[in-house]
Design a protein around this ligand. Structure first.
Ligand code: FES
Length: 106
């Protein structure tokens, strides 16, 4: 099964077929900021992609809109939008979207 590793959570979770990265993280009981409720209307669920970006599904309309507005960097994806059909992705939680009650590593 495809897997997502988040270096500073730290965690490695399976990403079921058709699941968003956010849904996979939540299914594995990891808290992850998602202020708009996974509707593609904020950028708080973003992930800094360290490797494996090519394995992710193409940018959605919401992600393209935020990229154009400068609110989503080229190396970032919205976890509520991106899916991982196969392969592995490694990323990091951005400093700005860390949750206060979660202990992150470096
Ligand atoms: S939770 Fe708001 S865009 Fe993903």
């Amino acid at each position: 099964m495809p897997t997502l590793t988040v270096q500073n959570l730290p965690a490695t979770v399976p990403v079921p077929a058709g699941s968003t990265l956010l849904a996979a993280l939540q299914a594995a009981a990891h808290d992850w900021m998602h202020a708009c409720g996974a509707k593609g209307r904020c950028t708080t669920c973003r992930l800094i992609v360290v490797s494996g970006a090519d394995a992710l599904t193409p940018l959605t309309a919401a992600e393209l809109r935020y990229q154009a507005a400068g609110r989503l960097q080229a190396n970032e994806r919205l976890t509520c939008q991106a899916r991982l059909p196969e392969g592995t992705v490694t990323g990091r939680v951005p400093e700005a979207t860390k949750l206060p009650h979660v202990q992150y590593t470096k």
